[in-house]
Design a protein around this ligand. Structure first.
Ligand SMILES: C[S@@+](CC[C@H](N)C(=O)[O-])C[C@H]1O[C@@H](n2cnc3c(N)ncnc32)[C@H](O)[C@@H]1O
Length: 292
């Protein structure tokens, strides 16, 4: 199944499960449908970003270092890295252990541990040479981002490298009116839950305040989605993102009451996709690399 077909299937789906917001801020679902979405999204991102990471760390990975995949979800990044860099050790940490890969799918140089990245990463100081953290945009309040970066700094060895990848949902390029409505509702929802939708504009400063240096920020644009006829060969991150948006319906309907109706919301998301295609909308991905 292509990711576009998958998008259609999930957009028409029903009941989802989530964290208790009083305990955990993360907005996206906790169910197996979400796990499958993350697996497909990983493939799409790796393809569209042309690789698994950007930090200048290839030689060290080949020689053998200790790596943290912070907020690893189903662990796809760790597994792909572990297969490619057999001398290195990969540790995935996530708040949701049910998303981890099955034992049989774990290369011997991987390990997965439950932990809260905004509280206490379950490793001693100065453990990791490289920390990779991708897509925590829907996870933290501003205070939690500050605490998270402090924790990453603590767990990193002196001279070690951190890489943070985030899509900026406020800065998609050339979207249309339905999409604008979607992005405005998401921003309101995040703010109402005490989250920090402006983090991408602030990460350089937050990294510096947490003690990191040599921070670089790069921005990559990529097509949001593809016409149906090419979707057999290319998987697009935008379709996985639309699936994530689908799961936010109940929270968003607080701000757009007509979305309480699942069919109306489904039609709206189809309009978003049509607009993205018609306008060749672009996603805006920020990559921050910094050193301890
Ligand atoms: C959008 S997913 C990204 C997963 C993976 N990094 C990737 O790019 O495929 C975000 C992940 O962060 C995890 N997460 C959210 N809040 C967290 C927290 N406070 N501590 C640890 N993990 C958290 C979620 O359970 C989820 O697996």
């Amino acid at each position: 199944m292509t990711i576009a077909t998958y998008a259609k299937k999930v957009l028409s789906n029903g009941v989802r499960t989530f964290h208790d917001p009083a305990r955990i801020k993360y907005l996206l679902p906790t169910d197996s449908e979400e796990r499958r979405r993350l697996v497909r999204q990983h493939k799409a991102i790796t393809t569209t970003l042309n690789g698994l990471f950007s930090a200048p760390i290839t030689k060290q990975l080949e020689n053998g270092i200790t790596v943290l995949d912070a907020g690893c979800g189903p662990g796809c990044w760790s597994i792909d890295m572990a297969v490619k860099y057999k001398n290195s050790q990969f540790h995935g940490v996530d708040i949701l252990g049910t998303q981890f890969p099955q034992e049989k799918d774990m290369p011997t140089n991987t390990r997965f541990v439950v932990g809260n990245l905004a509280d206490n990463i379950p490793y001693p100081d100065n453990t990791f040479d490289f920390i990779y953290q991708r897509l925590l945009y829907f996870a933290f309040t501003k205070e939690q981002w500050i605490q998270n970066l402090k924790e990453l700094h603590r767990a990193l060895k002196p001279g070690g490298c951190v890489e943070l990848i985030e899509y900026d949902h406020r800065k998609m390029i050339r979207y249309g009116p339905s999409f604008r409505k979607q992005l405005e509702a998401i921003e309101k929802y995040q703010v109402s839950r005490g989250m920090y939708p402006y983090v991408n504009d602030d990460l350089c400063r937050l990294l510096k305040n947490a003690g990191f240096s040599e921070t670089t920020k790069s921005v990559k644009q990529q097509a949001f989605c593809s016409p149906e006829k090419t979707s057999n060969s290319i998987e697009y991150t935008g379709d996985a993102i639309l699936c994530a948006y689908e799961s936010l319906r109940l929270g968003l309907s607080e701000f757009v009451p007509e979305w309480r109706n699942a069919s109306a919301y489904k039609r709206h998301l189809q309009d978003c996709r049509r607009e993205a295609l018609a306008n060749s909308a672009q996603l805006y991905c920020t990559i921050h690399v910094a050193r301890k």
